[in-house]
Design a protein around this ligand. Sequence first.
Ligand code: ADP
Length: 507
Amino acid sequence: MDPNPAELFPETVTDSDLRAFHRLVLLAAHADAIEILLAALADHLGVPSLSIASPDDPPPEPDTVLRIPLHYRERWLGDLCAPISDNQPRDDLADRLQFFSSAVALHLVMSTRLADQPGSTAVDDATRELREERDRLEAILEATNDAILLVDTHDLLVMATPQFESFTGISRYEILGLSVEQLAQRIDDHAGLPRALANVLRALSGNFTESLGGEFELVEPQPRVLVWYSLPVYVRSGVLLGRIFAFRDATRERELDRMKTDFISLVSHELRTPLTSVKGFSDLILESNLDRLDPDSREYLSIISFNADRLITLINDILDITRIDTDRIELKPEPCPAADIVDQAARALNSQLVQRGHRLSVDIPPDLPLVWADRARLVQIVTNLLSNAIKYTLKPGEIVVSARAVETPDDLPERAPRAQICPCVVISVRDTGIGIAPSHSHRLFQRFYRIETESSRGIGGTGLGLAIVKSLVELQGGRVWFESEPNLGSTFSFSIPIARNAPLAPY
Ligand code: ADP
């Protein structure tokens, strides 16, 4: 039978002493200076200071200083000394110092080269090897630019690299051995550190399955962007070690990204102004002089107008992408009827539908609930999908836009991602076009991704439409997916939360 842990220690040892002991062992393993460990112990015991007297020091006045010998494998290393005060019972303090003395002795062994002395035994050799291995690992971790925290399976912080100190201004020796809640509290108390950092630590401690990541902005000790990830760590034998949190300084990267995005945005705006004039004037000449223009001039002006349109679409797409990237997209959600949205998109594309000889039918039940979305952006989403259905259906074909209310994730269509907000409305655009081979499915919503096949060659486009659709849908709480069969057609669908679920604050 296992001994009762309470019986292993003197009565005076409390739970808080046991936690402090654990912390001291961690400090013994990580901190080279004994002062850090002695300061933590003095703080815990409520004595003004502690010191170590070496075996060669003269004995102090027994009335003023309490001395507890420190031993390592029967070798006397020196004494742990505490000043005696009137308000602390001497025996009580002696018991507690005795209890902590092995952690202090461990530190002396780990930080000084005691195990290297002549006459060392096999245990000394093993201790030295362990210490060297620890030093090597520490040196590697300290040389990396990332800050790393390790939280064990009891929710205690058992490792913190020096980078964490420089990123947050919190000394790692102050937090080693603390519980995650205590660490999170320290971060909360720090005005320049983001609450999100403390919340991530709280939310993920005790979770030994998920890997997650994200980004924080720090104000102090220095403005910084930290990219983080966190995952459970197992040793080779499969034993769970705990959870690691790694933080990387991405300030410079983000700054360059922002400069690039600002530059693209500026250039796009500057290009749009002259292009709008080219488009406006070519249309004006075409419309007001239709009878007077010879066929060649008419054709050239039509080409100018058509290409100006293409460039304006491209520039608008690029501007949308930069707005999405810089969180500058403004969404004004309101209750919207799906039928109106589809009608608006269909009218905008009517001339293309007629020109290509497609038949469009709309299948929306009259009692469909309103959706909670930004009206203009919803029209843009449907227009993009409908425009693709028109473009990628080469012969005159059948296009159907339908919408259905979905109450629970179980009622979602088979291909729909399960993790999404319900109740929602699912809007689908089905065509009888060229279809998409399964090998493209995982990249289809990536920026600039276009499928080059015999049948799609010559069809204009930028490869930005679906990426914008995905971002706009997800920003409004929905998901997008598709199913397709090469040469038979495709169905692109997206969900959007219904208005009765409308959040009080805008997205
Ligand atoms: P673009 O149409 O400008 O190329 P998108 O991002 O809208 O860009 O679409 C990316 C690619 O996905 C297209 O190039 C096309 O190959 C494929 N695609 C999109 N919609 C359809 C569709 N309805 N049928 C077949 N292929 C499609």
